[in-house]
Every structure is written in C-alpha cells, then in structure tokens.
Design a protein around this ligand. Structure first.
Ligand SMILES: Cc1cc2nc3c(=O)[nH]c(=O)nc-3n(C[C@H](O)[C@H](O)[C@H](O)COP(=O)(O)OP(=O)(O)OC[C@H]3O[C@@H](n4cnc5c(N)ncnc54)[C@H](O)[C@@H]3O)c2cc1C
Length: 301
C-alpha cells in the first residue's frame, strides 16, 4: 500500500461515519434481513451460494446477545421460507463470549439447534487471538452433538497447523483464511509471503486429514495454488468450496464459478456495520482513493 494509503488507514477513525458508510456500502447487503435475502437471491441466480451474517461484535450486555440469537432464528425461518441457498456465519463476541463463556455456549447451541431443524449449517467465524481457545472449546463441545458446525482457521496464526492436527477424525469442516485482526508477533506470522506459505501448508494438511475445505481468499496466487492442490490430491467437488466476501473481486468469483467450483459469498447485514466495514476498507488497495473521493463529494468510478 502507498504511503498515502497507509496515512488514510491510520486516520480512518477520524473519517466521518456517513463517509465510511458510503464507501463501504458495497461490502454490506443492507440493514435489514429482507435486503440481505434479495442480495442472496441475486448471488444464487449468478451461480453462487451464500453464508449470511448478522453484523455485530464485542457485546457487553446480555439482552443484545439474546436479540442476536432471535435474529438468527428469524434468519433460518426466512432462509427456509424463501428457498435461498445459504447457510449462516456467527461471531461469538456478538453472542456473549466476552460476557460469559457458558452463556455464549447456550446461545450458540440455540442457533445450532435452529439450524439443525431445517438441515442448515453454522460457521463460527474466528475473531482475534484472545477468542481462539474459547471458540474452539465451544466448537468441539457442540459439534459432536449437532454435527452441523464449522470453524475457521487463520493462516497468520502460528498455532494453525497444530489446530488442524487436533480436529476430530471425521466430520471436520474448516474455513481457511489469512486472518484480519492485528495480532502480536508472538502469536502470528507477519510476512505477506509467510502467511501465504502457511495458507498452502494448512490447506494441504486439511486435505490430507479429509477435512472439508472452505478456501476463503481473493488472493489470486492462493486461488491458483489451491486449485493445483485440489487437482493433485483429486479432491472430490463435494469436499471443498471457495469463499469470497460480498463486494470483493467479482471477476475472480465468476472465473471460479465458470470453472465449475462451488463458490460461497459472505453476505453480512444489519445496523451494526461500522467495525466490519472499516476492516474491509483497510484491506482495499484502492481504499484511499475511494475515501478521498467520498470526502470531496466526487462521484465514484
Ligand atoms: C468468506 C470469508 C470469510 C472470512 N472470515 C474470516 C474470519 O472468520 N476471521 C478472520 O480473521 N478473517 C476472515 N476473513 C478475512 C480474511 O482473513 C482476509 O482478511 C481477507 O479475505 C483478505 O485476504 P485475502 O486472502 O483476500 O488476501 P489479500 O492479500 O488481503 O487480498 C488479495 C487481493 O484481494 C483484493 N481484496 C482483498 N480485500 C479487499 C477489499 N476489502 N476490497 C477490495 N479488494 C480487496 C485485492 O485485490 C487484494 O490485492 C474472511 C474472508 C472471507 C473471504
């Protein structure tokens, strides 16, 4: 990223919220469930499937976590009624992980049970390293009972290969991504190429252990390396999928769909869009230009 880009990243908290909202709107389906369903219908028509996420994180009040559970239950009803092809993703700090782990476990169990009643699936997103152990404890506790949960490993984490090793013999389902949180060097690899290397090593290990692989990246190098691994190990089409974020590199998305790969798009919605959107903006190589244009009121592209 250019020096100017890095400057804008550093000063992003000073950018007025409406400007951030305008620039980041491509990453979020909208504030309501109905808008999100409409987005998923469009994606399904393009040959993509989806994972829907209720935005929000780091809640410190129980009623907020309970409201999120209710929203997920409403979401499963809507997925069932509308017939769209989507599962869901959840963030444990929205469901009370920072309040009390047992409370969070109960909330995840309600969601897993609601998903199970309509034959759906729940992906537990991975947040920063302070959440990793508790997230895996909750996953390992509920997965044997419900069988419809998946977890996420981040290739920037030094522990990831070991975590893959510790997955159960059967039924494992892992989304592999680079990781987005700013982590200390004690726990995370820092070099761009190091994180790529570990991504490929982790994917190879997942394939060797017959773990369902959800390959989440927009990095063309990693997509190419993943396709090569899938071919080399003759991984059947129903044992993997690619995943991408809403609003990012739609061309690469279509290339993968046209090549016959299953492609799932992460579709977040809700009123609490700010933390998610700023993380996405920080990753966008063109972010500084978009933010400056929006600040100056210049029409984009
Ligand atoms: C489906 C999905 C789920 C995820 N879940 C998690 C999770 O649970 N926990 C977690 O820590 N992280 C998660 N992530 C985020 C992930 O860790 C990375 O931060 C993010 O995907 C960017 O990494 P990359 O592999 O695309 O490589 P990068 O090197 O960051 O990006 C490669 C290229 O993609 C394009 N690109 C990437 N991001 C953007 C953007 N925002 N706007 C425009 N262009 C962009 C650019 O062209 C860039 O050069 C998820 C990502 C995906 C796709």
């Amino acid at each position: 990223m250019s020096l100017f880009g890095r400057l804008v990243v550093t000063t992003l908290p000073l950018v007025p919220k409406p400007v951030v909202g305008k620039v980041a709107s491509r990453y979020v389906a909208g504030e309501t469930l109905e808008e999100a369903l409409e987005e998923v219908r469009k994606l399904n028509a393009q040959g993509a499937i989806a994972t829907m996420d209720v935005l929000g994180e780091e809640v410190s009040e129980r009623p907020k976590a309970e409201a999120a559970v209710e929203e997920y239950i409403r979401l499963f009803e809507a997925i069932e009624a509308s017939g769209v092809d989507s599962n869901v993703s959840i963030k444990l700090t929205l469901l009370g992980l920072k309040i009390d782990e047992g409370f969070c476990l109960d909330n995840v169990e309600r969601i897993a049970s609601a998903a199970s009643s309509i034959g759906n699936f729940v992906r537990i997103d991975m947040e920063d390293h302070t959440c990793t152990d508790a997230t895996l404890r909750i996953y390992h506790q509920l997965q044997p009972k419900y069988g419809n949960l998946g977890v996420v490993f981040q290739s920037y984490m030094r522990r990831t290969l070991q975590d893959i090793e510790e997955m159960p013999e059967t039924g494992g389902n892992v989304r592999l991504c680079k990781g987005i949180y700013i982590e200390p060097r004690e726990v995370a690899w820092k070099g761009y190429e190091t994180v790529r290397y570990n991504f490929v090593a982790a994917l190879e290990k997942m394939i060797a252990r017959d773990i369902y692989a959800a390959i989440a990246t927009h990095d063309e190098y990693l997509v190419c390396a993943a396709v090569a691994l899938l071919e080399r190990y003759q991984v059947p089409q129903d044992r993997y999928e690619f995943q991408m974020l809403l609003g990012v590199d739609e061309q690469l998305r279509q290339i993968l769909i046209d090549a016959g790969h299953r492609l799932r798009v992460y579709v977040p919605y809700g009123k609490d869009w700010y933390p998610y959107s700023t993380r996405r903006l920080r990753e966008n190589p063109e972010m500084a230009i978009h933010v400056m244009r929006a600040m100056l009121g210049v029409r984009k592209d």
